[in-house]
Design a protein around this ligand. Structure first.
Ligand SMILES: CCCCCCC[C@H](O)CC(=O)SCCNC(=O)CCNC(=O)[C@H](O)C(C)(C)COP(=O)([O-])OP(=O)([O-])OC[C@H]1O[C@@H](n2cnc3c(N)ncnc32)[C@H](O)[C@@H]1OP(=O)([O-])[O-]
Length: 733
């Protein structure tokens, strides 16, 4: 028997091993990574040579292919996609394995993803370790499985199951893979040993029924109807992403064409995706999501030099919607939680709600209940011995300050005090405590136990240890944490302000909520800005604007449209004055069938209201085209993003993009707002902003930020080079 080890990570090494006793007989190279890079050419070459040799040598009766360091293969190295391919190509190699006259067994440990699973599918048998995960995640990178995955998987597990896995990119456990028929055996023991044993047991047996490429593809009787339905569903959920739709076309080819033709079609479709902007965006986003864990602050604190402190016990103060979600997240991750709500009635309600959430989640995941991890209390004193507190009370600075003063006196020395505020000044909260260096923001997104994003907000006095601890805590509860500086709204909500502002101005100038929302939804947002406002409640922003002194009449008694020399739209305030708070009251920018209703319907009242408003303020409605709606909303938001980079509130464009994709519904296949600006062209974004600012000189949000000007003047460097241009950041507060 021959045994070949595959590369997995950047330190992939390739060995050829030979069994009877599995002695290493030849080390054939140390690979940089991929199927495509020059080093990986050595990997493919190694496999090809090994297979030839195994087939030639009469004493070799079977072959086991396994990974190194407990991992089978994570697929192609996407950093190398641009590189020129050398060495034996992947697809013929896979065909050669499948055609082998001796049994080839894949020993799957760790992961078999993408090209890794495609390789395993070319083997005659697959043995997986019980902890292994398998999948074809190419679609999440804007691609499709390009080494036979779209042709073999439906032949192996049927069209519906294959379509589901290929169009979602979902990873499956070994147990599910066994159930689906992707693997032949699952073991809790050493998978390589099990595969060797298995290979020996099938030596000499016919392989005719084991070559997936020769299987007929199961053809559903109502083929056209099945694909039409799937295509409709995929198009709806893809929100403009082309890869899922192309994956369906590739699987359709598996059903309707002979294998060889289907492979040709897969190759053609793969090539179209490979060069698409969406593939670039999704691959950029893949690395951005990993890059944000390597955080740094303007004061020089960094992820690799700042040590987090262990946290075992944490308190959550305030058990409204956010506090409940945060408690659930902490309990599920195994933290011991003290949940505090000072009103007894609310505490009881919260306890029931949290238990329900934990039960539902445990049922869904088939995991044990985490009830026991939470203790409830009406008193802040219950937080005396915790390692970290997350305050999640109302967005009221006076209330939060009082709580921070009390916590500072109650908690044991060294306890980290964190606030879930979505916009308030972390430094002001820190100043209420005896140890401001222990204070950071932990801004969760609703629903907190579901949303993946966490903004970790450092103030000028937050210690590197506090930032590192909050970042690590976020990781432990399964969030993608992004470290950001302290300013009004931090990164996400600060950028939202000019975006919302433009949407309001567009209504004043003649647009309707339906028109603005449609443009944004066509761009790929799950919901337009007005539907989102209705969902989250119009009164939230109204309260903030009132507190900021913006909701005031002008000299004629009408709502002021110019405040401090800047244009202001009171439209949202006027709706709130009518009791229209959005979904919760059944009326907002849209109408709903009842309070709490979810289906937004156009509201003739609102259109009349807009007409009357324009007439009252002497505004003449004009026809506004899609491009203007999109550019004004998005470029105002992007411009604020550049300002945030310039102010050093975010360390790099990746931070902003991850926040927008994970927290604000920015379509992932567009990479994030800063990546989008790079794709559009910084000079074009600058040009359009200049034009809009000329037309609206009283809207500072449209005045191009100097960092954008600098980047454009510097020849529009690609996004990965922006950090070189961003000046040494300094805190804004
Ligand atoms: C003619 C046509 C021929 C077509 C052939 C097509 C072949 C095929 O269909 C295409 C593919 O396979 S597409 C590929 C399909 N495969 C996938 O989509 C798998 C994507 N990867 C994953 O899902 C996860 O990384 C793993 C589950 C593999 C490991 O998770 P974990 O243990 O939590 O670790 P982690 O923190 O996530 O990663 C560790 C480091 O590795 C880095 N890196 C990782 N994968 C990379 C890659 N493919 N590339 C480059 N780098 C990759 C990652 O950035 C990080 O680097 P950093 O410098 O430290 O930041």
């Amino acid at each position: 028997m021959c045994r070949a080890s595959l590369p997995f990570s950047a330190t992939w090494k390739l060995y050829l091993e030979r069994n009877s006793r599995c002695n290493v007989f030849r080390r054939i190279g140390t690979a940089g990574s991929t199927w495509w890079s020059p080093q990986c050419a050595a990997v493919r070459q190694g496999i090809v040579d090994m297979m030839h040799r195994a087939l030639r040598e009469p004493e070799v009766k079977s072959v086991v292919i396994c990974g190194q360091d407990g991992k089978f293969c994570g697929g192609a190295d996407i950093r190398e996609f641009g590189a020129k391919m050398s060495g034996p190509p992947l697809v013929p190699m896979i065909h050669m394995i499948e055609a082998a006259a001796k049994p080839v067994v894949a020993a799957i440990e760790g992961v078999a993803l993408g090209g890794g699973l495609e390789l395993a599918l070319s083997c005659h048998y697959r043995i997986a370790h019980s902890k292994a995960r398998l999948g074809l995640p190419e679609v999440t990178l804007g691609l499709l499985p390009g080494a036979g995955g779209t042709q073999r998987l439906p032949r192996l597990i049927g069209v519906p199951a294959a379509l589901e896995l290929i169009t979602t990119g979902r990873h499956v456990t070994a147990a599910e893979a066994l159930q689906l028929g992707i693997v032949d055996e699952v073991t809790d023991q050493n998978a390589v040993d099990a595969a060797v044993k298995f290979a020996q047991s099938v030596e000499g047996k016919s392989l005719d029924a084991r070559r997936i490429g020769t299987f007929p593809c199961p053809r559903p009787p109502d083929l056209d109807a099945v694909f039409e339905k799937v295509m409709k569903e995929v198009r709806r959920s893809a929100r403009g992403a082309i890869a899922p739709v192309t994956c369906v076309q590739a699987v359709h080819a598996a059903v309707t064409l002979p294998y060889a033709k289907g492979m040709e079609r897969e190759r053609e479709l793969f090539s179209t995706l490979f060069t698409s902007g969406q593939a670039r965006a999704l691959q950029y986003y893949f690395f951005a999501q990993r890059a944000v864990s390597r955080w740094s602050t303007p004061s020089g604190a960094r992820w690799d030099t700042s040590k987090p402190r262990p946290v075992r016990k944490a308190a959550v103060i305030g058990l409204g919607t956010m506090g409940r979600g945060i408690s659930v997240s902490l309990a599920q991750a195994g933290f011991s939680v003290v949940a505090v709500e000072t009103q007894e009635k609310q505490l009881l309600e919260a306890k029931q709600a949290v238990s329900g959430m934990l039960e539902r989640d445990a049922k869904r995941r088939g995991a044990p209940l985490a009830h026991g991890n939470i203790k409830y209390s009406c008193s802040l004193k219950a937080a005396a011995d915790v390692d970290l507190v997350i305050e999640a009370v109302f967005e009221d600075m006076a209330l939060k300050k009082a709580i921070f003063r009390q916590l500072s006196a109650i908690c044991k020395p060294g306890t980290f005090l964190c606030s879930n505020t979505s916009a308030l000044d972390i430094d002001e909260l820190a100043s209420q405590t005896q140890s401001p260096e222990l204070v950071v923001g932990m801004h969760f997104f609703a629903p907190a136990h579901v949303m993946k994003l966490l903004e970790v907000v450092y103030g000028p006095r937050s210690s590197p240890e506090a930032v590192a601890t909050a970042m690590q805590m976020g990781k432990k509860i399964g969030k993608v944490s992004v470290a950001v500086g302290n300013c009004r709204g931090f990164v996400g909500n600060r950028m939202l302000k000019p975006y919302l502002e433009q949407a309001f101005f567009l209504l004043e100038e003649g647009a309707t909520p339906e028109q603005v929302d449609q443009v944004l939804e066509e761009f790929g947002f799950p919901m337009g800005v007005f539907k989102v406002s209705d969902l989250s409640g119009l009164d939230v922003g109204w309260k903030v604007r009132k507190a900021d002194g913006l909701v005031v009449p002008d000299s004629t008694g009408k709502s002021a449209r110019i405040q401090g020399g800047r244009r202001y739209s009171p439209l949202g305030d006027l709706l709130c004055e009518q009791g229209r708070f959005g979904q919760k009251t059944g009326r907002g920018w849209y109408q709903y069938d009842k309070p709490g209703g979810r289906v937004a319907k156009s509201d003739p009242w609102l259109h009349r209201f807009l007409e009357e408003y324009r007439a009252r303020h002497g505004l003449v409605a004009r026809r506004i085209d899609q491009q203007e709606v999109l550019e004004r909303c998005l470029y105002a938001l992007i411009n604020e993003g550049f300002q945030i980079l310039q102010d050093g509130i975010a360390a790099g464009p990746e931070d902003i993009d991850v926040i927008y994709v994970l927290g604000y519904g920015w379509p992932r296949h567009r990479g994030g707002p800063m990546f989008f600006a790079d794709m559009v062209g910084l000079d074009k974004v600058l040009d359009r902003l200049e034009r809009y600012h000329q037309l609206h000189p009283d809207v500072p949000g449209l005045k191009p930020c100097s960092l954008l000007r600098k980047l454009a003047a510097g020849g529009c460097p690609p996004i990965h080079r922006w950090r070189e241009v961003i000046q040494k950041p300094h805190s804004q507060l």
